[in-house]
Write a protein that binds this ligand. Structure first.
Ligand SMILES: *Cc1c(COP(=O)(O)O)cnc(C)c1O
Ligand code: SF4
Length: 334
């Protein structure tokens, strides 16, 4: 990309920026570039390198969510009994500066070759307790059509796999990929759920809307996940606009992730209390259908937990319940 055009108004040190870009490639698609209006807008901040990425604090870690702890075979993360992650690609259409898998991203060795893919599929075939396979990465939709078709086909042949799920940023970052042939490939016999990664309503262009509608018509069930990011979407209006727009486009907001402890992403992180407060405000402002679960991955591989238990507290003879305006109500024990 033409970094000069976008980075100059930042007045950041060019050598330092080169260093940042060496550590984690700058990658942005023409479709995303078009949505950027200024170097400090909510889209630009997600993709443009920033010298603050060089500030690494001691609590940040290379494997922030503990993927490695639960990886029995290359490309597989099996943390929960009935569902696995299958990370076939280590490449994305874009590189988000806050990426939770920043350290695996773009490493060619982390993308599965055909043999490794077969080994990962064998693992799933040999584990009848697995009923859901989540293709993630990297981005599974940057795989060649041939590979993706092969993967989905093999999963469909396994009787115990009932649900297939794809986590992707492609419908937002490169909607042109969802052409007729590609959509045919996604039209499967088994239920295919797709969780889009989208963080701000500015990312949803008419092309993106078209792609989402086409996915819907192909029988793909659409959900979304967003990362709560300081400077990008940490205000009620931004979240309200995003979630209600998604709902209108037949996309059910599923997860709002509290940012993980990824090296060099401190400038994106905010307090958990702030996230809880935003969620509380949203509860009265948007349809319940538009509300995602606000979650955090416990570092070390212990899984995701909801961060919204601030509504209920044990009291002497029951519970104290807090409503969306912060008012407490007593609730008796049965
Ligand atoms: C997030 C995640 C899942 C999926 O969790 P859901 O709550 O079903 O969306 C599965 N396995 C791992 C290792 C995960 O990190
Ligand atoms: S799309 Fe997801 S995996 Fe890819 S760079 Fe962004 S956050 Fe990371």
């Amino acid at each position: 990309m033409n970094r000069n055009r976008l980075a100059v108004p930042f007045k950041q040190d060019d050598n330092a920026l080169d260093e940042v870009a060496r550590r984690f490639d700058v990658r942005i698609t023409p479709a995303v570039l078009e949505t950027i209006q200024s170097p400090a807008d909510p889209v630009a901040l997600q993709y443009l390198p920033d010298i603050r990425e060089l500030d690494i604090s001691p609590e940040e870690r290379d494997d922030p969510i503990g993927d490695h702890v639960h990886s029995p075979v290359k490309g597989i993360v099996h943390r929960h009994r009935g569902r696995v992650l299958l990370k076939a690609s280590s490449v994305c259409a874009v590189n988000c500066r806050f990426c939770f898998r920043k350290n695996m991203l773009g490493a060619p060795a982390a993308t599965l070759n055909w043999k490794e893919m077969d080994a990962a599929l064998s693992y799933i075939a040999q584990h009848p307790e697995i009923s859901e396979v989540i293709l993630t990465g990297g981005d599974p939709l940057v795989l060649s059509s041939k590979r993706l078709d092969y993967l989905l086909g093999r999963l469909e042949q396994m009787d115990h796999v009932k649900i297939m799920r794809i986590h992707s940023r492609v419908p937002v970052a490169a909607p042109e990929r969802l052409n007729t042939t590609f959509l045919e490939l996604l039209n499967r016999k088994k239920p295919l759920y797709m969780v889009l990664h989208v963080n701000h309503v500015q990312e949803i262009t008419p092309e993106v809307e078209k792609a989402l509608f086409a996915l819907h018509k192909s029988g793909v069930v659409l959900l979304s996940q967003s990362v709560l990011l300081k400077g990008v979407n940490n205000n009620t209006m931004a979240l309200e606009n995003l979630f209600s727009r998604l709902l209108e486009l037949r996309v059910k907001p599923y997860y709002l992730h509290h940012p993980d402890l990824v090296p060099g992403t401190g400038h994106f992180r905010l307090a958990i209390e702030e996230g809880q407060k935003l969620m509380r405000a949203l509860r009265s402002r948007v349809s319940g259908l538009a509300l995602p679960n606000y979650v955090l991955d416990i570092p070390g591989g212990y899984g995701k937990i909801p961060l919204e238990n601030a509504y209920i507290e044990k009291s002497e003879n029951g519970f104290v319940l807090t409503d969306h305006e912060g008012v407490s109500h007593d609730y008796p024990c049965v």
